[in-house]
Ligand binder design. Structure first.
Ligand code: GUN
Ligand code: ZN
Length: 452
């Protein structure tokens, strides 16, 4: 057993629906007790330390310890292609992405990029992600092998794409090979260690009805797997989906007819949804991934975060970098974009709402909140140590916090926390992340500010 002493912040409830002061758990001097991979105990130092007199304790002073950040939508094979100039979705895929992903036929290349990718996630404080691969089974093997070495929790699966003409012939699979390979990969990887499998049709436009039906069949055969895809991202894409699926009522209906919409189904982007779609997503208990950095970079549109988090149509929502379409690996930078997208809709996202989406909200959107997302005992010890005053600007800004001198000491501490954490949400990237723990092990420790 070992202990971590410091200042902790996590969430007990969703601040979109619960008063913020009740939703957050803020321990100014806390102790996290770790037994092997898991959290054994968590509470104020004063109370808890007496119960563990012989504990070996690491103390982080003047730091803020958060549950690991969760990225619910990202593409590991696009690591090298981040920041590709000038195109919207369909042209961007054709010009930059398919040629890049073709290289993942080569397993050695796939493994090399998987290692780089996972190290970048750790340096950015991301401890769990839902990840797209390619149409090549060896790219899935390479990825899960790299995850297994780190004992890290990742959701991933073979990315299906069989529609003739949409990508180079040699990149496409068929409904049959997708089904057979997915089944084999599920048998070999799903729930092996911390690995989790997502049946992953790339997007409606990329798959034939036959391939989507295979996804429904696989979900029926392996009901506790995830389903991960894209939906309603780009206007031109949506128009083409309507053309190739003339019998479907709308984009979401293409997936509904395949029998894959429900719990553990995540639709990345989901930007251009009408009221009826929001109702159906809420009713079926499906999830969305809000990918603002990508939505802005590819010019796709403004996600309706307040609609997703409304009382009328509450939809499980996590954040996604969607890197390579997103221009960052950092969930803090995604929060920067999320704030601006909400500001453009006159609904500014507060720091606790943002950090909730990045941690427990992300875990809930992936149906993993029994394992990750907060410091509750029994969960995996996946957490990050951040320095909210890491840069000179952040430090200067922290010193200028407007704290109400008439409020209680507790209130002043919370105001200071909100001010400093918001600074990190807007100005942060990989620099505030000083240490990343996975399954109780220190897997990343910052040595300079030059990573990423
Ligand atoms: N739609 C289908 N494939 C992709 C992809 O790789 N990235 C994004 N952003 N959207 C997609
Ligand atoms: Zn994507």
């Amino acid at each position: 057993m070992k202990g971590i002493r410091g200042t902790f912040l996590d969430f007990l409830a969703d601040p979109y629906y619960t008063d913020e002061t009740e939703a957050i758990r803020y321990l100014r001097d806390g102790l996290l007790v770790i037994d092997g991979e898991k959290i054994k105990d968590f509470g104020p130092w004063e109370q808890l330390s007496q119960r563990y007199p012989d504990l070996e304790v690491t103390t982080y002073k003047d730091r803020l310890i958060l549950p690991g950040l969760i990225d619910t939508h990202i593409h590991y094979p696009q690591t090298e292609m981040v920041a590709a100039y000038g195109e919207q979705l369909l042209e961007w895929l054709e010009k930059y992405i398919f040629p890049t992903e073709l290289q993942f036929r080569d397993k050695l290349h796939a493994r090399k990029i998987a290692d780089v990718f996972l190290d970048l996630l750790l340096a950015n404080g991301t401890t769990t992600a839902q990840v797209f691969t390619t149409t090549f089974a060896q790219s899935v093997d390479a990825f899960f092998e790299a995850c297994t070495e780190r004992n890290i929790c990742m959701i991933a699966g073979l990315t299906g794409m069989d529609r003739p003409g949409l990508a180079p012939e040699e990149y496409l699979d068929t409904a049959e090979t997708f089904y057979v390979n997915s089944k084999d990969l599920i048998e070999r990887w799903h729930n092996k260690g911390r690995n989790k499998y997502a049946i992953s049709p790339r997007f409606a436009l990329g798959s034939t009805q036959e391939q989507l039906d295979c996804c429904g069949k696989l979900k029926g055969e392996y009901p506790d797997t995830w389903v991960n895809t894209h939906m309603s991202e780009n206007r031109k894409e949506i128009a083409q989906v309507a053309e190739v699926f003339p019998d479907a009522k709308d984009y979401l209906n293409v997936y509904e007819r395949a029998g894959i919409v429900g719990p553990k189904f995540t639709a990345g982007h989901s930007i251009h949804l009408d009221n009826d779609c929001w109702h159906r997503m809420a009713q079926s208990d499906a999830s969305v991934s809000f990918c603002p950095a990508s939505n802005l970079f590819l010019g796709s549109g403004l996600f309706l975060i307040e609609k997703a988090k409304s009382v009328e149509t509450p939809v499980r929502t996590g954040l996604g970098t969607d890197m390579g379409a997103g221009d960052t690996f950092s969930i803090f930078r995604v929060l920067n974009s999320a704030y601006k997208v909400s500001a453009l809709q006159n609904q500014k996202m507060g720091v606790f709402k943002g950090l909730y989406l990045a941690t427990l909200g992300g875990a809930k959107s992936l149906h993993l909140d029994h394992e990750i997302g907060s410091f509750d005992p029994g969960k995996f010890a996946d957490f990050i140590v951040t320095n909210p005053k890491v840069t000179s600007v952040l430090a200067m800004r922290a010193a200028r916090a407007a704290i109400d001198p008439g409020s209680s000491e507790e209130e002043q501490a919370r105001e200071r926390l909100a001010h400093e954490a918001f600074g990190m949400m807007i100005l942060g990237d990989e620099r505030p992340v000083e240490a990343t723990y996975i399954s109780g092990q220190l897997l990343y420790k910052k040595t300079s500010n030059l990573i990423g």
